[in-house]
Design a protein around this ligand. Structure first.
Ligand code: KG4
Ligand code: ZN
Length: 321
């Protein structure tokens, strides 16, 4: 069993993951309620919350577990908010020292990649993918495409030049008067909307590289809202239509780049992971297109494995161990 700790942002999470990538426990404490009040994550407040929650989270994860069954402690060490990261690192290193276990540092984005190898539902048991695979990692803090060549080796082939997809969701949600995190809130509003009513750009979709840029989309949303407000047409239906169009614009750009990379590299298996992989439009479109093209695909089995969680760090820990 690997004990895993993830505290890179506003979640404090821990997990137990056994050999074969089975998740036995995944406990997530979040301070996103506070972030909702402040309109986003405030690093200092997130760090304080991490300090308050870590002991309770770890007690819940470990309390009945026999230490003899725990072979190593895997912890997210980078990238992320320094104060929050340090809380998890210090807790993990202290436990590793007291219990004389190896300490395994895990890169947060590699952790997200491993969200597609862990499983808890016996009907969805997972093993390692058929390498090489292409992985789109898309969250609030990162938006990349990786060529994952073997369990330990991966190469970044595309990234965002400015905002990540999740950040764009969050900022657009704020413009629409929705809370934080914006992705789930915007997605809920989008259910009542229609795409194409207020056309928005699909940035860089025609470019042949695998890079992204979402800042222009945010600006276009701002102008669209301002114009509607000025002409007194900013109704509830208009808000829903804009939300739907934003969701389609982000989703289409993400998928278009991923599939053109798939064709270019001749890869037969695609993965999506990270907070935005919780988005239903993206999930449905991704599965549909992969099925049409008859290629293998993975997306986290559970929504709790999409956003930050300890279980994915446990999966990464198993590989590194
Ligand atoms: O992976 P994550 O928890 O943290 C980072 O590593 O950044 O991702 C959080 C991001 C937020 O931007 C949030 O708005 C987005 O994932 N997100 C979603 C959905 N659920 C979370 N975006 C779109 N639709 C969702 N359902
Ligand atoms: Zn993350």
């Amino acid at each position: 069993m690997i004990l895993a700790i993830e505290t890179s942002c506003d979640e404090v999470s821990g997990a137990l993951v056994s050999e074969g990538f089975k998740v036995h426990k995944n406990v997530i404490y979040s301070s996103s309620q506070k972030a909702n009040e402040t309109g986003g994550v405030v690093p200092e407040l997130a760090a304080r919350s991490a300090g308050e929650m870590i002991e309770y989270m770890l007690t819940e994860v470990i309390h009945t577990q026999d230490w003899d069954t725990i072979k190593a402690i895997a912890v997210t060490t980078q990238p992320g908010l320094k104060g929050s990261l340090l809380t998890g690192i210090e807790a993990g290193k202290t436990l590793a020292w007291i219990q004389q276990k190896p300490f395994i540092p895990v890169h947060h984005v590699f952790g997200h990649m491993c969200a597609n190898i862990i499983w808890s539902d016996p009907h969805k048991k997972r093993t390692l993918p058929k390498f090489p695979v292409l992985v789109l990692t898309v969250s609030g803090g990162h938006n990349d495409i990786y060529l994952w060549k073997n369990p330990m080796e991966y190469e970044k082939i595309g990234t965002t030049k400015d905002d990540a997809g999740g950040e764009c969701f969050d900022k657009c949600a704020r413009m629409l008067g929705l809370g934080y995190p914006g992705g789930p809130a915007l997605s809920l509003l989008a259910e009542k909307g229609r795409s194409g009513v207020y056309p928005l750009p699909r940035p860089l979709i025609k470019r042949s590289d695998y890079d992204f840029s979402f800042s222009g989309l945010k600006t276009a949303v701002l102008y669209c809202i301002n114009d509607l407000k000025a002409s007194k047409k900013y109704t509830d239906q208009a808000r829903a239509d804009i939300a739907c169009e934003i969701e389609h614009a982000i989703g289409e750009v993400l998928l278009s780049k991923l599939f053109s990379a798939q064709e270019h590299f001749g890869i037969n298996e695609l993965h999506i992971t990270g907070g935005v992989s919780a988005n239903q439009f993206l999930r449905t479109e991704f599965k549909k297109r992969c099925t049409q093209k008859q290629i293998l695909f993975r997306i986290p089995e559970k929504i709790e494995y999409c956003t930050d969680n300890g279980a994915m760090i446990g999966g990464a820990g198993q590989i590194l161990f």
